[in-house]
Design a protein around this ligand. Structure first.
Ligand code: F3S
Ligand code: F3S
Length: 105
């Protein structure tokens, strides 16, 4: 799977959503999350993020490793909805992300 990391927090540019052929990028309160089981590793989202927040799972920079777990944890309650657009914005974040200090924007 691909993983969204720290640069997305409190920015949520959403350019990535348009590119995903399987609609597996879900919106939380403070960032977006890629569904690890629904992502087909096409990689289309990665180059369009203006702040380079998206990485292949094995390539997530060391300082952002917690975001890999956060992307998985976000779906613990949601399961596999099979499409982000029909779900819409989700009033939640992974616990790790919710606890981050607010970012200056
Ligand atoms: Fe976030 Fe980049 Fe997508 S900022 S919403 S990962 S385009
Ligand atoms: Fe979609 Fe990006 Fe995966 S475009 S299929 S989330 S690599």
């Amino acid at each position: 799977t691909y993983i969204i990391a720290e640069p997305c927090v409190d920015l949520l540019d959403k350019a990535c959503i348009e590119e995903c052929p399987v609609d597996c990028i879900y919106e939380g309160n403070r960032m977006l999350y890629i569904h690890p089981d629904e992502c087909v590793d096409c990689g289309a989202c990665e180059p369009v993020c203006p702040v380079e927040a998206i990485f292949y799972e094995d390539d997530v920079p060391e300082q952002w490793k917690d975001f890999t777990d956060a992307n998985y944890r976000f779906f613990d309650d949601l399961g596999s909805p099979g499409g982000a657009s029909k779900v819409g914005k989700i009033d939640a974040d992974a616990a790790f992300v919710a606890a981050l200090p607010p970012k200056e924007t």
